[in-house]
Structures are given as C-alpha cells and as structure tokens.
Design a protein around this ligand. Structure first.
Ligand code: FMN
Length: 175
C-alpha cells in the first residue's frame, strides 16, 4: 500500500452508530484485538488492557454508564480499552500516568482501524462515567477505562464528518 492508498483507507472510515444485531464471529474479533499488540507503547510496557464485551446485560449497563448512548447497547461487541497504571508507573512514576493513557489510546486507534480493515464499522466512545464502568466490569483500582469502541456491522453515514483545514493545525518550526 502506498501513502495515497493509506490516506484513502483512513479517509474511508467514519464513525457508525447504527448497527445490525448480527453477532461478530471470533475470527472477526481476534484480528482486531491482535492489532493492538502491534502498537507502539512507552518503553514497550504495553500499558493497556481491553475488556471485550458481548454479553447483552453487561452491554445494557455499559450503555447506561455511557449516558444512555444507544450504539453501546446495539453494537454486538464493545471493546473497553483501559490504561494499566501499574505497568507504566512502575517504571516511569507520575509520568507513567500519561504514558498509560497514550498507550491505551494508540491501542484503541489500532483496533478502530483494524475493524475498518476487516470491513466492520465502529464508534469510539469517550463519554461515560468512569466509576460506573469500573464497577460494571470489576476493574481493579490501577485500571482506568479510557475509551469504549463499539464494533459491528452498520451503515456508513451518507456524508463524512467535515474537518478543519490542515493549516489550522499545522505550525512550521514555531507556533
Ligand atoms: C476521544 C473521543 C471521544 C468520542 N466520544 C464519542 C461519544 O461519546 N459518542 C459518540 O457518538 N461519538 C464519540 N466520538 C466519535 C466522534 O464524534 C467522531 O470521531 C467525530 O465526530 C468525527 O467523525 P468520524 O469518526 O466519522 O470521522 C468520540 C471520538 C473520540 C476520538
């Protein structure tokens, strides 16, 4: 794949919030999870973990914790991507908090793109009550939920979300 094909691949992804109830097969979920292992991480500490949720009752509770966003209930699979503070703070101290959040964010990005590559749709979901999610999933104290990735089969929106002009983001040499 050359860089223009890569950009086309990235540009062809959109967040999808309407999913069919059709369950995902293990062979569809496994490559998504495996993709996260290829992500870079601070000091190669891999300070991320993921809870792959397919149970309807757990999904109901997660949807409630995610401000009742329906796509969390309707997707056949929700990947709750977490920062593992012990793995990074044991080497990097306070700075390890930031590294673990970055590790989890990159892992989630890879999984989102792997879902896209596998012909599936997803929606990154960051609006949720962390304490509620920790309780529902029985997460230990050092595990912080960073993002939920709803994955399934859905319909791409008719229009891609608009983006700011690149020049609004990019600063050359100095701000
Ligand atoms: C950190 C983060 C948090 C997000 N939280 C939510 C969310 O809680 N609910 C939702 O429907 N979409 C959420 N999104 C998806 C964005 O709305 C979406 O990526 C953005 O509008 C651009 O659209 P696109 O993904 O189709 O390009 C989130 C995305 C990111 C990166």
């Amino acid at each position: 794949m050359d860089s223009s094909e890569f950009l086309d691949f990235l540009s062809s992804r959109s967040s999808v919030r309407d999913f069919t109830p059709s369950p995902l097969e293990e062979h569809e979920i496994d490559p998504i999870l495996s993709s996260a292992r290829t992500a870079p991480s601070a000091g190669n500490r891999e300070a991320w973990d993921v809870v792959a949720v397919t149970d309807g009752e757990v999904m109901d509770a997660l949807a409630e914790a995610a401000l009742s966003q329906p796509h969390i209930r309707e997707a056949p699979c929700v990947l709750v991507v977490c920062a593992n503070y012990i793995r990074s703070m044991s080497r990097y101290g306070e700075r390890g908090i930031l590294y673990a959040i970055q590790d989890a964010t990159i892992a989630c990005t890879y999984m989102m793109l792997a879902a896209h590559a596998g012909g599936l749709q997803s929606c990154w979901t960051g609006a949720f009550d962390e304490e509620e999610v920790k309780g529902i999933l029985n997460l230990p104290a050092h595990i912080r939920p960073i993002a939920m990735l709803a994955v399934g089969r859905g319909k791409m929106p008719a229009e891609r979300a608009a983006r700011m002009d690149l020049s609004e983001h990019v600063h050359r040499d100095f701000w």
